[in-house]
Design a protein around this ligand. Structure first.
Ligand SMILES: *Cc1c(COP(=O)(O)O)cnc(C)c1O
Length: 513
């Protein structure tokens, strides 16, 4: 009989005994903390290296099984075959390219929505619907689940694709009408599936997110959902442990592939550099390191919203006097980096975390103690890249190597170059360039971030922009078919709503009726 891992929470307020499927369905821990595993498995070097001969789904199943997921192994195998199957454009799933000697790019965007969010969101909904059907069988739960998502771009589409037609789940996504790119909007409003809906919110991302939060907190709405539609609310955001666990897999997998290709000597360390927003992706690397993967330094790359780079440099997390900046890497535009709380828990324990999170809520600032700071600095490095620097990096790397990267990846590449020493470097690439085609075009024409494009380029629609980039950058990865065909895809969701709780509640009730 295999052992089942139980989960604790970062603020020490829960009463334990949650299993993996519990924490996936529950999302956030009671008391506002985040779920963390009570223990991690240790993977031996031969065990890690054996991954290179396995298909990706089997690598994922091996990690999930070793991490004590409370499902039978054959069931985990089946779910992972579905998560990492034919919907990926490359059967290797997490693909490594050595772009210049010693600098390797880990491409995490071969999934159906062309962004790294697919790595987790093709996987987590499988566990979600499995967990719900088991709970319903045991009569611990009668309702199905309604996922509400407020998105500034990548998460909405990846969540729609992951949950589409998944049993026992429905999903409604809200995006700011004026806050997502052409491509991102088209990707969402053309989504297939009987259990999905998408609405534009007249306002910016903050309006959108606050309205969804208000709906979540609304008892009357929850009661209506339960009695009239047989659903209860849940969320799929990146603090859900079900999104983190799949992100451990690709670091184990990458190390095995790096050894197999001669990029690193077995047992020797590689460094990883991750373009970071909510700290989820880089936390996957932290856990892989804790589980025995030879990772040297974890390098955290930020854009102009550089609260994390400052924190790693000083031990002070301070948003009291910090404005939100817009950047060409919008998926990293964040002030409160939620998953950092999990790292702090592992370094300093629940009492310390409770104190720091209290200070953050009250004073918009906290400072970690010297001991914790010292421990963190033994393996974490941070730096940031300005808007114009990130676009210049896209162009420079393309001119020098023929490899075209998106602006998020460029942030990590630039920081990786600055920090690269004797260890092989793994630069994590989080989006296909075509998802951010307009800014990539700007980069290739050396137009600064805030300046207008030349008139003849400015007129191009989303999909024409991609064709233009492909024309001037013939060595770039091809535009994924799903993106190239967006202009001719049928728009299923054209409605917009006013921001605020009332608008959102009304359209959800109407959709479910
Ligand atoms: C979400 C996202 C990130 C940030 O990842 P975190 O796990 O939030 O740190 C970076 N790049 C892209 C393209 C993303 O979609």
């Amino acid at each position: 009989m295999k052992t089942v891992t139980t989960y604790l929470d970062t603020r020490g307020l829960g009463h334990g005994n949650h299993t993996f499927t519990d924490v996936v369905v529950t999302g956030i821990a009671p008391g506002g903390g985040l779920f963390v595993p009570e223990s991690l498995p240790h993977l031996t070097l031969p065990e890690i290296l054996a991954f290179s001969a396995m298909p990706y789904w089997r690598r994922a199943a091996a990690v999930f099984t070793r991490c004590g997921v409370d499902l039978p192994s054959d069931r985990i195998d089946l779910l992972m075959r579905q998560a990492y199957g034919a919907q990926w454009s490359d059967e290797r799933i997490a693909v490594i390219e050595e772009v210049v000697a010693g600098m390797h790019v880990l491409e995490l965007w071969h999934g159906p929505t062309s962004a790294f969010k697919d790595m987790a969101l093709q996987c987590m909904p499988q566990f979600f619907s499995e967990a719900i059907s088991r709970k319903q069988e045991r009569e611990e739960l009668s309702d199905d689940i309604l996922i509400l998502v407020a998105t500034s771009g990548d998460t909405g589409k990846a969540a729609l694709d992951g949950f589409a037609d998944r049993p026992h789940t429905r999903i409604v996504v809200f995006y700011p009408v004026n806050g997502v790119s052409d491509i991102q909007r088209l990707q969402m409003v053309t989504q297939q599936g009987d259990n999905v809906a998408v609405f534009g919110v007249r306002g910016n991302f903050d309006d959108c997110q606050s309205a969804v939060k208000e709906a979540f907190a609304d008892e009357e709405f929850r009661f209506w959902l339960h009695t009239h539609a047989g659903v209860r609310l849940s969320s799929a955001n990146s603090i859900n442990w079900g999104r983190l666990m799949p992100q451990i897999v690709y670091y184990v997998s990458a190390y095995a592939d790096m050894v197999a290709s001669g990029g690193v000597v077995a047992g020797e360390p590689m460094d990883v550099c991750v373009p970071t927003g909510n700290f989820g992706n880089i936390l996957g690397a932290y856990y892989a390191r804790e589980m025995g993967v030879p990772i040297g330094r974890l390098i955290c790359a930020s854009n102009e919203n550089n609260v994390l780079a400052d924190f790693i440099a000083t031990g002070v997390y301070d948003i009291s006097d910090r404005d939100f900046v817009t950047t060409p890497s919008p998926s990293m535009d964040i002030l409160i980096s939620s998953n950092l709380e999990r790292l702090l828990y592992h370094l300093a324990g629940p009492e310390a975390v409770r104190g720091w999170m209290g200070e953050l809520a009250q004073n918009k600032r906290f400072q970690i103690d010297r001991e914790t700071f010292k421990t963190m600095r033994e393996f974490m490095v941070g730096d940031y890249v300005s808007n114009d620097e990130s676009l210049a990096t896209v162009k420079r790397v393309f001119d020098e190597t023929g490899y075209l990267m998106d602006p998020h990846t460029a942030v990590a590449w630039e920081v990786a170059e600055r920090t690269h020493d004797h260890n092989p470097m793994l630069v994590v690439s989080t989006a296909h360039w075509a998802k951010f085609g307009a800014d990539v075009l700007r980069a290739l024409y050396a137009v600064p971030y805030a300046a207008p494009l030349p008139a003849e380029l400015d007129e191009l629609s989303g999909v024409d922009v991609l064709a233009k980039v492909q024309e001037i950058a013939p060595t770039a990865a091809l535009v994924p078919r799903a993106l190239a065909e967006l202009d001719s895809a049928k728009v299923r969701f054209a409605s917009t709503v006013d921001s605020g709780r009332d608008g959102i509640v009304a359209v959800v009730e109407d959709w479910l009726s």
